[in-house]
Write a protein that binds this ligand. Structure first.
Ligand SMILES: Cc1ncc(C[n+]2csc(CCOP(=O)(O)OP(=O)(O)O)c2C)c(N)n1
Ligand SMILES: [Mg+2]
Length: 822
């Protein structure tokens, strides 16, 4: 526990200074001749071959984009192609020593990295392993295309498979590595250790760290490389990934075989440009990118710059850095100097750099320079190298022809199967556990003090006379969440949870109290204050096969992990062609009392994004059942909780919250109060105010309200709501989100369409005002109150006798507010 780490004021207040070690720059200067003893001639020639494959692949794409043909084969590719011509030695050097268990992540410009890592994997895998991979990937449908009429070796077939699979993906063919749903900027192939590439630059900066966390926690072999552009070193997720990767706790608090640094290498593909911005001298201030490591931790991330124009220099660096990783002294940062001759994209006129500069780098072309060394050292001859290039070229022509042939490489048939992509958005594949190991725990579950405490609680809020038990005695909403999570911890060895104050504090709202005692550090820990990396690492962890619960302390902090929640978490299952699953249950607490930046209900923001399941349970029974469903699934779930009601007991499920395991399916709204005159559909904790309103309506106006708790936003089954409206003819939709643009309106629109014939008045939305959330003392004028329901009914649905409304729900006022934008 951190409290054993005594912070001694006498020690920390002593004067002194911080010293830095020199950062090596391009120290490796050896040539092929110098390295002959360390490589076979075949290995040295393979380095050349792999660089040529990338060069020719990219040249082909460049010609297709700029001239519409390659070697007489015409093709129009309207999509992106960010090429790395000039950078081949950096990619091959990075991948050459990596094993199949080592994973790489990259960016929009990663074709070269895919090919380099793929070729490296092919060299290392046996024929049997390669055959197995190719024959089982998409049931052999990709290899089928390149097998036809081919009689070469398995390794040659695998090379065809790699080039074809990548190219077909770029051209959006169903036989591509991701069924054509990823494309040029996202393509990857996990059986060769190539993990997602990311069109959101810097996006891999935290995701790759999560993959390294997965390897460490689940005792998997291999290291993880995050390939990041030099300009993307400015991106928030990269810095947050660095902070997460360098946490002291890996060394100071994690125990046994878990002690030690994360196996991750941040590999800066430093081509010295963003799109048109020069990173050194213009857009960044690091001068030499390797300097970044010096500020991160005392090891300075073992950072150095290597001359990425020399593949041997990069290979040498990787051999040395692997040792550091194996000694558990990661993370590592490498600044791999390179240069792209190609523009940012083929349409780029390179107006931001001089012709002289490009020519000067072309003169030192990494492939030509290396070829000369091979010949000078007597490893190869010019004609042998020419033959390699000619062979690669003819391979490219063949693979191009196959990949653009609509018969053998069709696109997904959206005419015949219009729901194909829809069917791929969620995996909907339940799994008790994603691991086979025995879960690491500190004691049997029954010995846990919280489990014992909960066992003594009343699982229904009221006694037999209808009197509520004391707060302490009631089984609370937070207990429901806890029970589901602790149960899964003892079932699934891969499950980890982390976020701010998750451990000794017991979670910011005491949901995790007791878990600190039950679990070792590596399964429950405090993260840095770094929402992007909390979610980003969870994504990386999940895409490698682990289950994870990242926590965002306040809903308002969603903006800090916007890219992760909006662009990464929801997309990778479909964008991978369903190769990946995303078992992430993201807990998000919706606040109150803390004003404008801590009290917003942003359920609508995430419900808007395709690919996320969204729920907001507000009773202990629902909280446990929905958390069980979330944790049993393999889809990303945003699980909202309300800080107003962590202590609330179970008031609806008369038998009390079951002690054993049960699930509540996503998408099923629940009638919390039966009625016949009006339906109130609520999202979140507004339920309780709606129930108060229902009581008032009954008592004062004899109106019987049916109150339905939405429980989930995505997916959502409208049928029970329509059934209710058939009976009542009226509906109010209410929640704590500010009403403009909220999901409440989505409900209203759908209900208006689906239940039009049964409605006597249009659906009415009662949300919060379109203001900042004010101080606690003023909240009643901002969030829907019980009286607001009556106000709305009186004005919009049916006049209530002698009623004087408090809030103004008239059409005139609605128009006035809209005009003002408030
Ligand atoms: C978050 C984000 N911002 C901006 C872009 C547009 N963009 C695409 S590539 C690029 C430059 C990236 O430079 P660098 O990281 O050095 O990689 P390089 O293109 O040089 O390989 C930019 C700004 C983007 N894709 N994502
Ligand atoms: Mg760059």
């Amino acid at each position: 526990m951190p409290k054993i780490q005594f912070i001694n004021p006498t020690e920390v207040r002593k004067p002194g200074e911080v010293n830095f070690q020199p950062i090596p720059v391009n120290k490796y200067q050896k040539t092929v001749k110098d390295e002959r003893g360390n490589f076979t001639d075949d290995e040295l020639k393979r380095i050349y071959h792999d660089m040529v494959v990338i060069r020719e692949f990219e040249t082909m794409l460049n010609l297709i984009k700029t001239t519409g043909e390659y070697s007489g084969v015409p093709y129009n590719h309207p999509g992106p192609a960010h090429l790395s011509i000039g950078q081949e030695s950096a990619a091959v050097g990075m991948a050459y020593t990596l094993t199949v268990e080592d994973f790489i992540f990259g960016s929009h410009r990663s074709h070269g990295e895919i090919l380099a890592k793929g070729l490296s994997a092919i060299a290392k895998l046996s024929d049997a392993e390669l055959t197995q991979i190719m024959d089982t990937f998409f049931d052999g449908s990709t290899v089928e295309v390149v097998k036809k009429g081919f009689s070469g070796s398995v390794k040659e077939l695998a090379r065809r498979f790699l080039i074809y699979g990548t190219l077909a993906e770029i051209f959006a063919r169903e036989t591509g590595f991701n069924k054509g749903l990823g494309g040029s900027m996202h393509a990857f192939f996990t059986p060769f250790g190539v993990y997602p590439n990311n069109a959101i630059v810097g996006g891999s900066g935290d995701i790759a760290v999560g993959a390294a966390l997965f390897k460490k926690v689940n005792r998997k072999p291999g290291l993880v490389v995050a390939n990041i552009g030099d300009a993307s070193m400015a991106c928030g997720p990269v810095w947050e990934g660095l902070s997460f990767a360098a946490m002291d706790q890996f060394n100071e608090l994690w125990e046994g075989d878990m002690k030690g640094g994360l196996p991750v290498i941040f590999n800066i593909m430093n081509n010295q440009y963003g799109m048109g911005g020069q990173t050194c001298g213009e857009t960044m201030g690091y001068g030499i990118a390797a300097r970044i490591g010096a500020g991160v931790n005392p090891d300075q991330m073992h950072a150095e710059r290597v001359d990425g124009y020399n593949p041997l220099a990069v290979i040498d660096a990787y051999k040395r850095k692997r040792k550091i990783i194996e000694e558990k002294r990661g993370p590592v940062l490498l600044d791999v100097l390179t240069y792209r001759f190609s523009g940012h994209s083929p349409s780029d006129a390179s107006s931001y750099r001089s012709k002289e500069e490009v020519e000067a780098w072309q003169e030192q072309d990494c492939i030509l320079g290396y070829a000369k060394q091979l010949v000078d050292a007597g490893v190869s001859t010019d004609s042998e190298l020419e033959a390699i290039w000619a062979d690669v070229k003819s391979l490219m022509v063949d693979m191009l022809k196959l990949s653009i042939n609509d018969e053998v490489s069709p696109r997904m048939d959206m005419d015949k199967y219009p729901n194909l992509i829809g069917d791929m958005m969620f995996s909907n594949q339940p799994a008790d556990s994603l691991g086979t190991a025995t879960p690491d725990v500190n004691h049997p579950m029954e010995e846990n003090f919280r489990v014992q405490q909960i066992a003594k609680k009343e699982r229904f809020a009221f006694d037999k006379d209808g009197k509520p038990f004391s707060k302490m005695k009631q089984y609370q909403l937070r207990d429901g969440i806890f029970e589901a999570i602790v149960d899964r911890y003892y079932k699934d060895s891969t499950l980890v949870a982390y976020g701010e104050e998750n451990r000794d504090w017991g979670g910011a709202f005491a949901v995790y109290r007791g878990l600190t005692e039950a679990l070792p550090y590596h399964r429950l820990f405090n993260s840095p204050i770094s929402e992007a990396s909390i979610v980003g690492t969870a994504i990386g962890y999940a895409m490698c096969g682990g289950r994870v619960i990242p926590e965002i302390m306040y809903c308002d902090f969603l903006g800090r992990c916007g890219d992760e929640v909006f662009n990464q978490l929801p997309k990778w299952q479909a964008m991978s062609g369903n190769v990946l699953k995303m078992p992430v249950v993201m807990r998000v607490s919706v606040g109150s009392k803390y004003g404008a930046q801590h009290s917003q209900d942003w359920t609508s923001l995430v419900a808007h994004i395709p690919g996320l399941k969204v729920c907001f349970p507000v009773t202990p029974y629902d909280a446990k059942g929905l958390m069980n469903s979330a944790l049993q699934g393999t889809d990303p779930v945003i699980y909202f909780e309300s800080q107003r009601i962590y202590e609330i007991g179970e008031q609806f499920h008369k038998d009390g919250v079951p002690e054993g395991y049960y699930e509540i399916p996503f998408g099923e709204p629940d009638v919390k109060r039966a009625g016949k005159d009006i339906t109130i559909l609520t999202v979140g904790a507004t339920l309780y105010r709606a129930l108060d309103a229902a009581k008032l309506l009954e008592e004062k106006y004899g109106m019987s309200a049916e109150v339905i708790d939405a429980r989930s936003l995505v997916p959502f089954n409208y049928e029970p709501v329509i059934e209710s409206v058939k009976k009542t003819g009226h509906i109010i939709i209410s929640g704590d989100a500010n009403s403009r643009g909220s999901f409440l309106n989505e409900f209203a629109r759908n209900i208006a369409e689906l239940a039009f014939d049964y409605l006597d008045a249009p659906p009415v939305v009662v949300g919060s005002r379109n203001w900042i959330t004010p101080a606690y003392e003023l909240e009643d004028s901002f969030f829907p109150q019980p009286s607001w329901f009556l106000d709305a009914i009186h004005e919009k649905i049916v006049p209530l006798k002698d009623y004087i409304p408090g809030q103004n729900f008239t059409n005139l006022e609605q128009i006035r507010r809209a005009k003002l934008g408030v």
